[in-house]
Design a protein around this ligand. Structure first.
Ligand SMILES: CC(C)(COP(=O)(O)OP(=O)(O)OC[C@H]1O[C@@H](n2cnc3c(N)ncnc32)[C@H](O)[C@@H]1OP(=O)(O)O)[C@@H](O)C(=O)NCCC(=O)NCCS
Length: 385
């Protein structure tokens, strides 16, 4: 299938194959991005309503089953998540051997790949088997990310608490103390906001791998690799590094003008699909403001506002999801290089939802390339070249 969508090239023109811009490459009932009007929906529900009324676990159920859960179904999902949170000790032991200065995203990718050894359903692509694996992955990703941070700091990983939801558990496992109710809710909403985003690079990767009928672990390992790049999920870590380099509101203007003059890409700005405000950024900007006011240090929010103002003035570019999640997570005490793994802790729900959808109605994904090389060359024997 190859139809144009949203900001696709004007009718009558061939789409630019570079970057598959505007190409519709799959049918999906999971989520949709309206880039012109700035509307994001999951399974028919507007992200603003989900952010206001829902919980991450409810959204996980929604993305896997296509409808909101009834109370008993949600309780059942929460129970099976907590029963599946224990990461195999062999994987934790393997993580101990990894270099202390390894990128947490690389640790996550390697650990997730290894998790498949210990899951008897790893190669079961039926809906039932895949749902069990999706539950394990969703349960264990936050535990692995928190454990990787504790291990590099010479601390033992903690056991998740069954009475906590995923958001609370992650913050508890990372810091070793119960988060405030406000932080836990902000983090829960951040997980909701990052859960799915249609056919972004990592989700597309997951679907391509799943479409060969490879295992869910193979697809998720590949998706984590795709998410790690700075043009995708890696932007949040890099956005925070930039805010830290700027350091003070009055330094934002000269810093940004230099960066733009040097034609640097400013992380957390621009988007392939949105031509208006990313609806997720609206919430995260508010969280950044609230956290600054609550902690009594509004510096990161104020620098972010200034950078946003300059990017609009100079480049007419909007902040995307990765810009305000940076200062939000930072003020919650999450180390910057964990921001992208945190993105994966949420996006595992969308990835697994898309893999379930792919397995259910599979066809190998195998596009064509436009050949630009020579043809009809004569083969010259090696000694005559
Ligand atoms: C997201 C992104 C990869 C989309 O890229 P794309 O659709 O291929 O758009 P392009 O890179 O072709 O950008 C179009 C123009 O805007 C400029 N631009 C886009 N994003 C920019 C940014 N973050 N900073 C500076 N300039 C940017 C490009 O330089 C280009 O300008 P030109 O036409 O003068 O060459 C791109 O905006 C980007 O690199 N952003 C920063 C990384 C980021 O935040 N990623 C997370 C996305 S959720």
């Amino acid at each position: 299938m190859s139809q144009a969508k949203d900001n696709a090239p004007a009718a009558g023109k061939n789409p630019n194959p570079a970057g598959l811009e505007g190409i519709v490459a799959a049918s999906s009932a999971i989520g949709d991005v309206d880039g012109i009007n700035g509307i994001l929906i999951y399974e028919g529900y507007n992200i603003h309503d989900l952010a206001k009324y829902s919980t991450f676990e409810e959204v996980v159920f929604l993305l896997w089953h296509g409808r909101l859960p009834k109370r008993a179904e949600l309780d059942e999902l929460r129970r099976s998540i907590s029963e599946n949170q224990e990461v195999p000790k062999e994987v934790i032991e393997m993580m101990r051997q990894m270099p202390r200065d390894a990128e947490p995203m690389d640790i996550l990718r390697t650990a997730v790949s290894a998790l498949g050894f210990y899951d008897q359903d790893a190669h079961d692509t039926s809906r039932e088997g895949s749902l069990r694996t999706a539950t394990r992955l969703t349960a264990q990703l936050p535990v692995i990310v928190a454990a990787s941070d504790r291990l590099r700091n010479g601390k033992e990983p903690l056991m998740p608490k069954p009475e906590f939801n995923l958001a609370t558990n992650f913050l508890y496992l990372l810091k070793g103390e119960m988060p405030s109710a406000e932080d836990a809710r902000i983090f829960d909403v951040a997980l909701i906001l990052h859960a799915d985003h249609e056919l972004n690079a990592s989700t597309f990767t997951a679907r391509v791998v799943a479409a060969t009928l490879a295992s869910m672990y193979a697809a998720i390992t590949a998706a984590i690799g795709a998410l790690s790049g700075p043009l995708h999920g890696g932007a949040n870590t890099n956005a925070m590094r930039m805010l830290l380099e700027i350091g003070a509101v009055e330094r934002a203007e000269p810093y940004m003008m230099n960066a733009l003059a040097a034609k640097r890409k400013i992380m957390g700005f621009g988007h392939r699909v949105y031509r208006t405000e990313d609806p997720r950024a609206t919430h995260l900007r508010q969280f950044s403001k609230e956290l600054g006011e609550r902690t009594g240090d509004t510096r990161w929010y104020e620098i972010s506002r200034k950078v946003e103002e300059i990017m609009m003035r100079e480049k007419k570019l909007y902040a995307n999801v990765d810009f305000y999640s940076a200062s939000t997570y930072y003020m919650m005490g999450i180390p910057p290089d964990l921001f992208t793994p945190v993105f994966a802790v949420s996006r595992i729900s969308g990835w697994t939802g898309h893999i379930l959808e792919q397995y259910a109605n599979n066809r190998l994904i195998r596009p064509r390339a436009e050949y630009t090389g020579p043809r009809d060359l004569f083969y010259v024997p090696i000694d005559e070249r």
